[in-house]
Design a protein around this ligand. Structure first.
Ligand code: SF4
Ligand code: SF4
Length: 164
């Protein structure tokens, strides 16, 4: 994987390929772990000695990943963990992946550094569009800063119902 600074990205839209939900273990904070297990039961999460994770099937898929007509989608939607809400973006207080000038983003007078993981097939490279800069990126920053929960521009568009 490689992190690309946001100024080299034209736009982003989830293609519902499901890749991220098949490849990665999703770490839950304690509040997310409690909410998830209270709603869906203990089987919705797993843990090791130091962390809580969302349950994965034996093939590696997240237990909440659904598929319809070859499109993958999240069964948790608005209540998905923050790690999922932020993917494939990284919002950092420092330019930790380099390209400081290209990664810098001014949010309400505060400088943050934004990168996108090039493993995501929804990334289109080029000069940022107005919508990407002022709506999509802004939403990811607000989620990372904890000032927003609802996603509109920063998520896929398809939903399905979780069944135990
Ligand atoms: S966020 Fe990216 S990798 Fe994940 S399902 Fe959407 S397009 Fe695929
Ligand atoms: S909770 Fe949703 S977005 Fe997160 S890995 Fe599972 S299916 Fe994907």
């Amino acid at each position: 994987m490689q992190y690309v600074p946001w100024r080299n990205v034209n736009s982003w839209q989830c293609k519902a390929c499901g890749y991220c939900c098949k490849l990665y273990s999703v770490v839950l904070n304690f509040g997310e772990y409690l909410r998830l297990t209270q709603t869906y039961g203990q089987g919705a999460a797993e843990s090791d000695l130091s962390r809580f994770y969302i349950k994965r099937h034996s093939n590696g898929d997240c237990a909440f990943l659904g598929c319809k007509s070859l499109k993958y989608y999240c069964g948790l939607q608005a209540t998905k963990p923050e790690a999922c809400k932020i993917w494939p973006f990284k919002v950092a207080a420092e330019p930790k992946y380099g390209d400081e000038d290209l990664a810098a983003f001014n949010y309400d007078g505060k400088e943050v550094y934004i990168y996108v993981d090039n493993m995501c097939s929804g990334v289109r490279y080029g000069k940022p569009t107005w919508e990407f800069q002022n709506q999509t990126i802004k939403e990811f920053v607000e989620i990372a800063l904890g000032t927003r929960e609802f996603q509109h521009h920063a998520t896929g568009r398809i939903g399905f119902e979780w069944r135990k």
